[in-house]
Design a protein around this ligand. Structure first.
Ligand code: M6R
Length: 613
């Protein structure tokens, strides 16, 4: 998964590419590169400097010659070929005139490479992408123009791609195409842009258009035209953009993660806004599934990855409890390779912050193919997942930049819980009084999150004490369990420390053997009904020498007897507590990562949007 950007017709082409790449770094930052074209010549620069690749590229570009008005740029998350400059994009053909950038994976690259080698092509990288440059070169040699060359080349390649191609023989043109990986076009008077997402073009492009699967676009300074794989002209869909550049800036925070943690009350409040009508009924204007269809749902399958998967676990408890529907939670990357059962009345909900996670997209497509109704719960408006689905419920968390998801997570839980209440309302499984009470509790959650955020100084003090620890177990029961999973994921993701999330009752079935002095057990102990059980589990780990950090309710005094450190959060409705209890765990991961000198926004080996399988 990588970020791509392109521009034609700009007097500040290079600055446009470099600024855009900086904003695309969340998609990968193993290496970065640009290629500029003018009549007869292509100039390329590439750098592989880990998290500082774009900054290093900027330095190199100080030596760029003048007189280039068009070019393409790429920031890479390595899949095929090590994260080295030689594998950084753009890749060139044998003539050095055609340059390509690619986000995705060319699945049949090995066969194509063999064939191209026998036809005399010389490869300079270990990537899957370079075959595209050579395939286009062959078409160009045969006399086809750039657009036709790309169209024919798409017939040869299999896999996922957002591709952009320039050629010094047609310097005022970029041809780009998309299958699965995202691609957006932007226009302004006399300049045309493309990128993996809209923020990369903010401040420059004025109007935005979505390139759909198997569409090929030809960008010239005056605008953009598109065709399908048969060469038939198609119209690009205009994209409504309601985020701006300011949203993507730090606003005085040290990093995006701390900014996004602080934005959580707002994210939940926004997600819940306007969902309750005066008559007490719950409404989703954008959802596009009729009430009758929702009433016919007999089974719910939730598919997602990573943090979104943890939100799915929480939703399962809420939908089962409130709507009395059977719910399964599926790891998206596993779902579509099984032979999943989709009976009449199955509602499949794909949950994704980005809406571009390929595993989740593949899973929902598979479900749809088998006859399921698919609902997307997504944070990015008009993302691929949302477009594919029969219906969409947007979380309104705003742009999330940090790789570690925080505000999108609580917004997902809020959206899914209000959906659970809507299903309950339609199915009559809760009384209007209960629904009103739960809704009231849900609308109070933003304030509870704001209170929980005040644990920050206490968390910082605990993190200072724990800085030498290397092994963490996060445990909880009932809804404390998915919270423990998410706490552990946050910690490992940004600190690079070993952390595991467990159902507290499961510890004695094996992992207890690992508990010894030096190990930290972080326990979510906010559920009143399960408090005694959690106390017993904590006594067991204490007896074996672990240090205990407890996330507990403000009024819980019994916890002091077993916990070395207590992080106190306000009491929330048990079903809604995950949105509050996760706050100190996000902060703990953040403080430990800062203490260890990690780059919290851009952890090693990861990318914000995972568009490869
Ligand atoms: O965009 P998505 O919600 O589909 O992303 C899914 C995961 O890749 C994502 O949640 C990942 O686990 C985060 N980096 C966790 O903080």
């Amino acid at each position: 998964m990588c970020g791509i950007i392109g521009v034609v017709g700009s007097t500040e082409a290079l600055a446009t590419l470099l600024d855009g790449l900086e904003r695309l770094e969340y998609r990968g930052y193993d290496s970065a590169g640009v290629a500029l074209v003018r009549p007869g010549s292509t100039w390329r620069a590439r750098s592989a400097a880990g998290t500082t690749s774009v900054a290093a590229l900027r330095e190199q570009c100080l030596a760029a010659p003048e007189g280039y008005f068009s070019g393409i740029g790429h920031t890479r998350w390595a899949t095929h070929g090590a994260p080295e400059a030689v594998n950084a994009h753009p890749h060139l053909d044998c003539s050095g005139k055609v340059a390509i950038i690619h986000n995705g994976i060319i699945e049949n690259h090995a066969v194509l490479r063999e064939q191209l080698l026998t036809r005399g092509h010389v490869f300079t990288s270990a990537t899957d992408s370079e075959v595209v440059a050579h395939l286009i070169e062959e078409q160009r040699r045969g006399g086809a123009d750039l657009l036709e060359s790309v169209r024919r080349t798409l017939g040869d390649i299999r896999g996922a791609f957002a591709l952009a191609v320039v050629d010094a023989s047609e310097p005022d043109v970029i041809v780009a195409a998309r299958r699965i990986s995202p691609l957006v076009v932007g226009t302004a008077p006399g300049v045309t842009y493309l990128a993996s997402d809209v923020p990369a073009m903010w401040g420059r492009a004025e109007n935005f258009y979505v390139v759909d699967d198997d569409e090929i676009v030809r960008l010239v300074p005056a605008g953009c035209s598109a065709i399908d794989l048969d060469g038939t002209p198609v119209r690009l869909r205009a994209l409504q953009v309601d985020w701006d550049l300011e949203t993507a800036q730090l606003d005085g925070f040290d990093d995006f993660m701390s900014k996004e943690i602080a934005e959580q009350p707002h994210a939940v409040r926004n997600t819940l806004l306007d969902r309750r009508r005066e008559d007490g009924s719950i409404t989703f204007d954008e959802i596009r599934i009729s009430d009758d269809e929702l009433r016919r749902v007999r089974r719910v399958v939730l598919v997602a990855c990573g943090t979104s998967l943890h939100a799915a676990h929480i939703a399962k408890y809420a939908i089962e409890r409130w709507a009395r529907l059977s719910v399964e939670v599926e790891i998206a990357s596993e779902y579509h390779y099984r032979d999943p059962l989709v009976e009449v009345g199955t509602l499949v909900i794909g949950i994704s912050q980005s809406g571009e996670t390929i595993d989740t997209i593949q899973a929902t497509r598979e479900a749809k193919r088998r006859g399921a109704t698919v609902l997307a719960v997504c944070n990015v408006v008009d993302a691929s997942l949302a477009r594919d689905a029969d219906a969409v419920l947007y979380t309104r968390a705003g742009l999330e930049v940090s790789v570690a998801s925080t505000k999108a997570y609580v917004a997902q839980i809020a959206a899914l819980e209000i959906l659970a209440l809507r299903l309950a309302q339609l199915r009559g499984t809760l009384t209007p009084f209960d629904i009103d009470e739960h809704l009231g509790a849900l609308l109070a959650v933003p304030d509870l999150i704001a209170t929980a955020l005040r644990t920050a100084p206490a968390v910082r003090a605990v993190a200072t004490e724990l800085l030498g620890a290397r092994d963490y177990f996060f445990i909880g029961r009932h809804l404390g369990f998915p919270t423990a999973l998410e706490g552990a994921l946050k910690l490992k993701e940004i600190t690079y420390l070993h952390a595991e999330g467990y159902a507290a009752g499961e510890l004695k079935h094996g992992p207890l053997a690992l508990i010894e002095p030096g190990v930290v057990v972080v326990a979510v102990v906010t559920d009143e009904l399960l408090h005694d059980k959690m106390m017993s589990n904590l006594a067991e780990v204490k007896a074996r020498g672990a240090s205990v950090v407890a996330v507990a309710r403000e009024d819980d005094r019994r916890i002091d007897a077993v916990a070395d450190f207590v992080l106190r959060v306000p009491s929330a409705h048990p079903m809604l507590a995950p949105m509050v209890d996760i706050i100190p765990l996000q902060l703990l991961a953040y403080e430990l990562a800062r203490g260890l000198g990690r780059n919290v926004d851009r952890p090693r080996n990861l990318a914000k949007t995972v568009t490869v399988e």
